[in-house]
Design a binder for this molecule. Structure first.
Ligand SMILES: *Cc1c(COP(=O)(O)O)cnc(C)c1O
Ligand SMILES: [Zn+2]
Length: 397
């Protein structure tokens, strides 16, 4: 494998054993825990100026902090997305600045590309012929695109409720798609059954591969560099499986440990009221979630009733002195429309949970008047244009 110099291996978050990335490819061989890429930070000698001297052209510009070399990556220059000022939102929320990290500007329209570029690079370097996953939609589309680029076959399991765009684009990329009646859990079960029968399939499933949260780290590196190395006071993230949140919290600690920043941004998980296992666990002071019994939200991307990495998510929220907030579908869709009509930015229906969540947090007095709040627009509004438009129509305006 073409790994970077400081990447020293994969460490199990449960038993702490470290593994060689050539041998351990997915979960911990000893205890089935999540594997997390580790680096020798003493071997990384990079200043702010070193990063600033590089073109802002791809998330792989942080390659020293990623497992694989930029040259060897299956990449379409994903990342390097804009951080857009939202002054009207800042006024309305009564904070100093609101900035929208616009992940809609990725190759397949969502931040899932940051995870898939690293996961499919690993698959390719491990000699895989096929990648496979279950997804609510965006990760499946992204995996199909990166597999196509790498010359691999993709097997994508989507629930019937997935959006038209995502299903269509899996086909367009030449992916093998199975649409499973029901919701994300049903697609996950069908995927597990199929995986058991195909030992040549390489899973690129969330927190099954160690590399998706690793790729999503780069959203925070970029944000901080775009803010001239200032650390935002709060980062609000539309949370399903929590991959991006866990990744960004790791990134914040890395920058601090490398001496490039002084503190950590407060991380906030925003969920929909109809599926909020993380919010409930946070409010009840638990270290692990309880599965949500009746998931019911229009926000398919964050309708994850049983997020397996909840201990990592909850630890990130507490360690960063952040929090968790749930808002109704009505408020989430209203927020997407407010942002589109006031700031021009096109937020997806799932993504705007970050906006309505931040709004709710500001009303609770969680932010100070000079705070800088970053909202993750995890995907482009056009992925959910039908949902947004029917919401608008239903309001008679
Ligand atoms: C997958 C997805 C999310 C949730 O991401 P996690 O990291 O799993 O919490 C949020 N928004 C969009 C648009 C997504 O596709
Ligand atoms: Zn282990």
């Amino acid at each position: 494998m073409e790994t970077t110099d400081a990447f020293v291996g994969l460490e199990c978050v449960d038993c702490g054993t470290r593994f060689d990335p050539e041998e351990a490819t997915h979960r911990c061989p000893d205890c089935d825990g999540i594997l997390d890429p580790q680096y020798d930070y003493d071997a990384i000698d990079l200043s702010r100026e070193d990063f600033e001297a590089r073109r802002f052209d791809s998330m792989w510009r942080y390659e020293e902090l990623l497992p694989f070399t930029r040259e060897s990556a299956v990449s379409m220059d994903e990342g390097a997305t804009a951080l857009v000022e939202a002054p009207k939102l800042a006024d309305e929320m009564g904070v100093g600045r609101v900035l929208i990290k616009d992940e809609g500007r990725n190759p397949t329209g969502t931040f899932k590309d940051r995870g898939q570029t690293v996961a499919v690079t690993a698959a390719s370097q491990h000699g895989a012929s096929d990648v496979a996953l279950a997804s609510a939609g965006n990760a499946g589309q992204s995996a199909a695109a990166y597999a196509a680029r790498a010359g691999l076959d993709a097997h994508v399991f989507l629930p019937s409720r997935s959006g038209f765009t995502q299903k269509a684009m899996v086909n367009v990329h030449g992916g093998d798609m199975k649409v499973v009646e029901g919701r994300i859990g049903d697609a996950g079960a069908a995927f597990e059954d199929a995986l058991a029968e195909h030992d040549d399939w390489y899973p690129v499933q969330t927190f099954v591969t160690p590399y998706r949260h690793e790729g999503k780290k780069t959203m925070l590196y970029e944000t901080i560099e775009q803010m001239d190395w200032e650390v935002p006071d709060a980062v609000v993230y539309p949370t399903g499986g929590g991959v991006g949140l866990v990744g960004m919290h790791k990134a914040a600690k890395e920058l601090r440990d490398l001496g490039l920043t002084d503190d950590l941004p407060a991380m906030y998980a925003a969920q929909a009221e109809g599926c909020a296992p993380i919010v409930r666990a946070f409010e009840e002071g638990r270290d692990v979630h309880e599965p949500w019994q009746q998931p019911d939200t229009i926000c398919g991307g964050i309708e994850i009733p049983d997020p397996g990495a909840s201990p990592l998510i909850l630890e990130a929220l507490r360690e960063s002195d952040g929090g968790a907030v749930a808002t109704s579908d009505q408020d989430i869709l209203d927020a997407a429309i407010t942002v589109a009509q006031n700031e021009g930015v096109e937020m997806g229906a799932t993504c705007s949970a970050a906006a309505s969540g931040a709004w709710e947090l500001s009303q609770r007095g969680e932010f100070d008047e000079d705070d800088t709040v970053v909202l993750l627009n995890t995907g482009h509004g056009s992925k959910d244009d039908d949902v947004l438009r029917s919401h608008l129509m239903s309001k008679g305006i």
